[in-house]
Design a protein around this ligand. Structure first.
Ligand SMILES: C[S@@+](CC[C@H](N)C(=O)[O-])C[C@H]1O[C@@H](n2cnc3c(N)ncnc32)[C@H](O)[C@@H]1O
Length: 350
């Protein structure tokens, strides 16, 4: 279902549809027999849509037009009910790519929260994979289960929700070394990292989504301290929208800048000692020229040769002389009978 179902074809009863009406106002409805969308602009009957292709336009009782489209996963996630804060689509996409979630993978996720990330993970593991989602608060899991069922139209048989703390529930739920990927979105991922290390297969990936720099630092050091993983890699994803209309092509004025950091590492084979990590770039790793190209001005206070220094002095003195001449001329111009702008012009060009 999660891998094969195609949300396409003519609209049917039971479909979720996103309607964009007058002034761009959006309404999400589920088509049902006898259903109607009432707004102060009039009434649109659900039956008007059934049998028509996705992307059609319909008129309501007052002649107002509505564009009807099935919501994409990202549209659904942004409008679905939330128990806990969700992983935004930009980060869900980064998680799927960076953790290399593949069709057929066995993936563990915690906590499930509102189920936003679960939707992307379920799609990525497809019909041959397995997602086991852990959540310690049963009421959040209920929200997630309802959201996943609404989106897929049923509860995928590739999905299992376990109520409990991951650190305690994981060893009972999976065989040691049997999990391909672990995705953690929780306040204290370091508290569950030992259980994660036991569950992951050698070469498997753990990825954590953490909101603050202090969490990032703590989980990084914990991962290093286990000795069971490769050195962790961290990043964040910033997405800036652009306004593109005719010649008015510019970045949007506003953007969602920081959401969270991602940090990931790979499970080493049991008993393997990780090779020592080079913490500082050696002097030979990059030249001053490289630094200057990437961060202009960063090497401004490096040692300068006498020859270069004399050249800079001459340049500075020439600039000062020009400024003195300019201010002298300005004074002459201000003085009665001073030089005219026209008489100065050839010198300015010289
Ligand atoms: C921010 S929410 C997750 C949101 C979810 N990823 C989504 O996209 O909708 C964090 C969740 O982790 C759960 N949680 C925190 N620590 C946990 C643990 N040790 N085991 C299981 N769940 C945990 C919390 O109860 C909360 O629901």
């Amino acid at each position: 279902m999660t891998g094969a179902a195609r949300p396409s074809g003519p609209f049917r009863y039971g479909d979720r549809v996103q309607l964009t009406g007058p002034k761009g106002r959006m309404h999400t409805i589920t088509l049902r027999e006898g259903g109607e969308l009432h707004t102060h602009h009039g009434v649109l009957k659900h039956e008007q849509l059934v049998g028509h292709p996705d992307g059609s336009v319909f008129e309501n009782s007052s002649g107002h037009e509505y564009l009807a489209l099935r919501p994409l996963l990202r549209d659904f996630v942004m409008s679905m009910p939330r128990g806990a804060a969700i992983v935004y689509p930009k980060d869900a996409a980064a998680i799927v790519a960076q953790a290399d979630i593949f069709p057929g993978a066995v993936v563990v996720e915690a906590g499930v929260g509102s189920g936003a990330l679960s939707l992307s993970l379920l799609r990525a593991v497809g019909s041959e994979g397995r997602l086991i989602s852990f959540e310690r608060r049963a009421e959040f899991a209920e929200v997630a289960q309802a959201n996943v069922e609404t989106f897929f139209g049923e509860t995928p048989d590739t999905w299992q929700v376990v109520i409990g703390d991951l650190a305690e529930a994981l060893p009972a739920a999976v065989e040691p070394g049997s999990v391909d990927r672990v995705v953690l979105d929780m306040l204290a991922p370091w508290e569950v990292m030992d259980a994660v290390a036991d569950a992951l297969t050698p070469g498997g990936v753990v990825i954590c989504y953490v909101a603050t720099a202090t969490q990032l630092s703590r989980v990084a050091e914990y991962i290093r301290g286990t000795g069971a993983f490769t050195d962790p890699e961290a990043n964040e994803t910033l997405v800036r929208g652009w306004h593109v209309e005719g010649l008015a092509v510019r970045p949007d004025h506003r953007m969602v800048a920081h959401t969270a950091f991602l940090i990931s590492a790979r499970r080493l084979a049991p008993g393997v000692v990780p090779p020592e990590v080079k913490r500082r770039a050696s002097k030979k790793s990059f030249s001053d020229e490289d630094v200057e190209i990437w961060t202009p001005g960063a090497v401004g206070d490096r040692e300068i040769t006498d020859k270069n220094l004399r050249k800079r002095i001459r340049e500075a003195q020439k600039a000062a002389q020009g400024a003195r001449l300019a201010s002298g001329r300005a004074a002459e111009e201000d003085a009665p009978g001073g030089a005219t702008a026209a008489s100065e012009a050839p010198e300015r060009d010289a």
